[in-house]
Design a protein around this ligand. Structure first.
Ligand code: SF4
Length: 376
């Protein structure tokens, strides 16, 4: 144990002050105005590692098109990708749909009503289960996210870097589970997160406006800048890739003027449809092979690399524009040839029209590659 938390346990008046403050100051979000289990679940998954300014418009569009469990469970891939555009970590959306399918087919469409049963839902971990079971079902389960860790570190005066470890998180979980308001567990959780997001911010916390400053060790001792200490930096592995923007001008006068070759990916961004990605060596080999192909009109490298971060990887991406001329019959032959030249690294390459691609591209990486696209 390294948290000096006894004053938070022995006198819990601060919890009442926190809830009074929350009643008066909570932000007006659509999921708070019109709450339901479904909406709580969706907004919780959407808001993981994403700002509220980004989440709110996407949440509204999402629940407008997919207003309930059943519509989510049968939502096609393309629609789900479009609705998730800009939120990143597309696997979260797929897991949401998997969870909805499980509840519809395995539980007869009835939401689980406690923490343990929510853990059975595919894609739902302890944090999400705590949020839903406390907010929607009144179960006293504390939610510990980055905001809550910061608030607790300051209230207890913790400047120990272990607060960012798994055992540190467990200590905070134990403390917050012990002090959570049993009548209003969902509001307690939301109040703690709200305090961290709006008052006890990482830089320049607004201590004079804080409802719990009377019990705050860091405020009393002038240690808000060291409590908590900075989180140890995550190491990124740098990966060099080439993205192929292959455009085809078909020779028939009535054909689509330009179409683009996309693939369903296997590695990075697995499952998403987007521009083919290759490692740099294979991309150079492919360029050499294609330079003598009769269908290929032009090959051009971008001058700068795009930079994109995915979990622990920093991707440095060179974009290669390849212009080809195909007839209706030879377009598929070309994509098959590409598939064999790339040593099977592409999964299901297919041609899509430029306009379809423009509306269907969903990952933020593909949007970066797509932006400023010039079709020769
Ligand atoms: S008094 Fe300041 S540091 Fe302490 S919890 Fe409130 S905002 Fe955070």
């Amino acid at each position: 144990m390294f948290l000096k938390d006894s004053h938070l346990r022995t006198n819990q008046d601060w919890v009442s002050l926190l809830l009074q403050w929350y009643d008066l100051n909570q932000r007006d979000f659509p999921w708070r105005r019109d709450p339901s289990v479904y909406r709580t679940w969706i907004c919780e998954v959407m808001s993981q590692q994403t700002t509220m300014a980004v989440v709110v418009p996407r949440f509204l569009a999402f629940v407008d098109e997919l207003p309930d469990l059943h519509s989510l469970a049968r939502c096609p891939d393309e629609q789900l990708r479009r609705l998730w555009a800009g939120l990143g970590y597309y696997a979260r959306a797929r897991n949401l749909r998997k969870g909805a399918e499980y509840i519809v087919s395995g539980l007869g469409g009835k939401f689980p009503s406690d923490f343990e049963s929510w853990l059975e839902v595919p894609g739902v971990g302890p944090y999400t289960a705590s949020v839903i079971s406390s907010i929607s079902f009144g179960e006293p389960r504390a939610c510990v996210d980055g905001n809550v860790i910061r608030v607790i570190a300051r209230l207890t005066g913790c400047a120990d870097v272990r607060i960012w470890t798994e055992s540190g998180r467990r200590e905070i979980q134990t403390l917050t589970d012990a002090v959570i308001n049993r009548q209003r567990p969902g509001d307690f959780n939301q109040a703690m997160m709200e305090l961290g997001a709006t008052v006890c911010q990482k830089k320049s916390p607004d201590c004079p406006a804080c409802p719990v400053k009377s019990v705050c060790h860091a405020f009393r001792c002038g240690q808000t800048d060291v409590c908590p200490p900075n989180k140890p930096r995550r190491q990124f592995e740098v990966v060099g890739l080439s993205a192929l923007r292959i455009t085809s001008s078909q020779s028939q006068p009535d054909a689509e003027e330009h179409s683009l070759l996309v693939e369903r990916r296997k590695g990075f961004l697995s499952g998403t449809v987007g521009f083919p990605l290759l490692n740099e060596t294979d991309a150079d080999k492919l360029k050499r092979w294609l330079s003598s192909d009769e269908c290929v009109l032009e090959i051009k490298d971008s001058e700068d690399c795009l930079s994109h971060t995915i979990t622990h990887h920093q991707l440095k991406i060179r974009v290669i524009d390849i212009k080809v001329r195909t007839s209706a019959g030879s377009a598929d032959d070309f994509s098959l040839k590409l598939l064999s030249l790339a040593g099977g690294q592409f999964a299901s390459p297919r041609w899509v029209s430029k306009s379809l691609t423009e509306s269907g591209i969903s990952s933020s990486l593909d949007r970066k590659i797509w932006e400023n696209i010039s079709l020769f």
